[in-house]
Design a protein around this ligand. Sequence first.
Ligand code: HEM
Ligand code: HEM
Length: 128
Amino acid sequence: MPRISQLFIKTATIFLLIGVGLGLQMGIAQDHSAMPAHAHTLLLGWVTSGLFGGYYALQPAKAERRIAMAHYVVYVLGLVIMLPALYLKYTGYPQFEPLLAGGSMIVGLGVLIFAYVIFSRGDQRASA
Ligand code: HEM
Ligand code: HEM
């Protein structure tokens, strides 16, 4: 499996652990205020990152391109900023809203890079 796929899938699994942990914590505490952080940790962190990893495994030529690593770094950096800020915003710390906005924009940039990877030709210029 290409290295970028392994990175995405390992990172996705860390988000799965955190997201399921948040779900269990909400259920046990009978307090669902962390629901948006739970939902997005799992859907952006586990599901979407896992899909990215699967895509690069199916397209090894694109996995070798330098932009694939830029995609990983930008997307995961965005999540690492966005998700804690989302958790904090919904659990009583609204002052984290600007960090949430910034992190979300970075995630959006990561998604744009992925769209570029998808729609650009994959058969050229593997990074030397
Ligand atoms: C042991 C595992 C899990 C537990 C205990 C759990 C628990 C919960 C709880 C307590 C809520 C709040 C429900 C509400 O207030 O309406 C919730 C919502 C949600 N969960 Fe989970 N969850 C788990 C796994 C997952 C997984 C694996 C995913 C996605 C891959 C997921 C996606 C969602 C989503 C999208 C919502 C929001 C639903 C809505 O919009 O009403 N959960 N979960
Ligand atoms: C940077 C990307 C994203 C941003 C900024 C974003 C933003 C939001 C916002 C503002 C809400 C309403 C929260 C509330 O007040 O309850 C929401 C809800 C939701 N989003 Fe996203 N979203 C993003 C990506 C995604 C993706 C990729 C998925 C699915 C794969 C998703 C699934 C959901 C679901 C299921 C809900 C309803 C549950 C909840 O309230 O948390 N979102 N999102």
